[in-house]
Design a protein around this ligand. Structure first.
Ligand code: PRP
Ligand code: ZN
Length: 297
């Protein structure tokens, strides 16, 4: 943490694709927050960890200047910073978060006559990701003009400011709403947890590590179910083969019933009725599927 700050700060997108999912993940990792009056700062009530709600494109800068120790941001936003300023100390990607999958893509107006990458030569492409676009154009051997915009890139063609755009696409709704269609993908991206290059102090590192462990557990516990059943011991091999289990199940002996076992297995997703019926056919009974509230490996 900053010398004069006792609490960890995480920068999170304030509105947009990653906003709700990022806060949801932090809540599942056990953080409880109280919002400030302007709702741009969330005070961590049960841990010394606060959240700063900002524009996603500002997150790499906040990490670089050390105003925040951690950030949840699209990988491509981090890459943009790294490419734009290769000599600056870079933020580290601590872990991929499994949500916010999207692609940086070039899109053109529905009515455009452009059909190939080569057709982009000599045209103006509006983007908030100039370094990535420049690198891609260079690799493609296409000479186009890059128009840097910090927001509302999708309306640039309609305003006559550009012939094409290079922006993030997830569901495609933004493109459709602006009568644009995708021409080509420049890169794939997803949300990642990133850390500031200025975080060295041991106490801070320990806190970050603790939070990462919690986030990792929340991620790996997602969708996990616990299956409980009893069965004749002889049915165990056949039952084990049917289980969508993450790891070997625990098998327990039952008092006074040497021929039977009880089994518990962590499964990656809910078991459907068909799977339960198949297990029952093999001799299993007293089947139960439970939601897993928390896991700590
Ligand atoms: C990106 C992009 C589009 C939207 C695309 O915004 O700029 O606005 O996502 O998503 P869709 O294909 O599902 O419609 P981002 O979340 O980065 O927010 P920002 O533009 O405010 O930075
Ligand atoms: Zn953005």
């Amino acid at each position: 943490m900053n010398d004069n700050r006792e609490r960890l700060r995480i920068a999170v997108q304030k509105s947009g694709r990653l906003a709700e999912l990022s806060l949801g993940l932090l809540r599942r990792a056990g953080l409880v927050f109280r919002a400030s009056r302007d709702r741009l700062f969330l005070y961590g009530e049960n841990l010394p960890v606060d959240v700063l709600l900002v524009r996603d494109d500002d997150i790499p800068g906040l990490l670089l200047e050390g105003s925040c120790e951690l950030g949840i941001v699209g990988r491509n936003v981090l890459d943009e910073q790294r490419l734009a300023d290769p000599n600056a100390s870079a933020s580290a990607e601590l872990q991929a978060l499994g949500f916010g999958a999207c692609r940086l893509a070039i899109a053109i107006p529905d009515a455009s006559t452009i059909t190939t990458i080569a057709d982009l030569a000599g045209l103006r492409i509006a983007t908030s990701y100039p370094a990535q676009l420049a690198g891609w154009l260079r690799a493609q051997g296409v000479d186009a003009e890059i128009v840097v915009l910090n927001g509302s890139v999708e309306i640039a063609p309609r305003l006559g400011k550009a012939d094409a755009i290079c922006d993030l696409v997830s569901s495609g709704a933004t493109l459709a709403a602006n009568q644009l269609r995708e021409l080509v993908t420049v890169m794939q991206s997803e949300a990642v947890l990133a850390s500031s290059p200025h975080t060295h102090n041991a106490a801070t590192m320990a806190q970050i590590e603790r939070l990462c462990m919690r986030i990792g557990s929340a991620l790996s516990g997602e969708g996990v179910r616990l299956l409980l059943l009893q069965a004749p011991r002889t049915a165990l091999p056949a039952i084990t083969r049917l289980l969508p289990a993450r790891e070997l199940p625990s098998v327990l002996s039952l008092d006074g019933r040497p021929d039977d076992i009880a089994l518990q297995a962590l499964c990656n997703h809910a078991l459907d009725w068909q799977q339960l019926e198949d297990l029952k056919r093999l001799g299993a009974h007293s089947l139960m599927v439970l939601n897993v509230e928390r896991m700590l490996a």
